[in-house]
Design a protein around this ligand. Sequence first.
Ligand code: H2B
Length: 103
Amino acid sequence: MTSLVTKLSDEEVRARLLQIPTWKLNRGELECTFSLTSFPQAVLFVDAVALLAESEQHHPDITITYDTVILRVATHSAGGISEKDFMLAQRISQLERVFQIIK
Ligand SMILES: C[C@H](O)[C@H](O)[C@H]1CNC2=NC(N)=NC(=O)C2=N1
């Protein structure tokens, strides 16, 4: 039976990635790099991502390097990428657009 956390095939991942062009596949995870305007803005962005992730019960790996944030998402239980990863990625990109407006 398929669910939101069922592992997607490579073909499905490639097709789905076309809908979120700022995200790419790296080492079996969805990855996106976000450029903010300062370290405090990067931390604020990550704070907002943390709230979103907690509400989704799906959590990205996070790297902050000065004003740049790298997020990586995969579904551990599936051992790959699932629709739940794409849903989180899409919502994070919507959030990024809000930050573009206020930065
Ligand atoms: C029970 C709970 O939903 C799971 O342990 C969640 C928590 N957050 C998670 N986050 C991510 N990125 N992948 C997961 O597989 C995952 N599993």
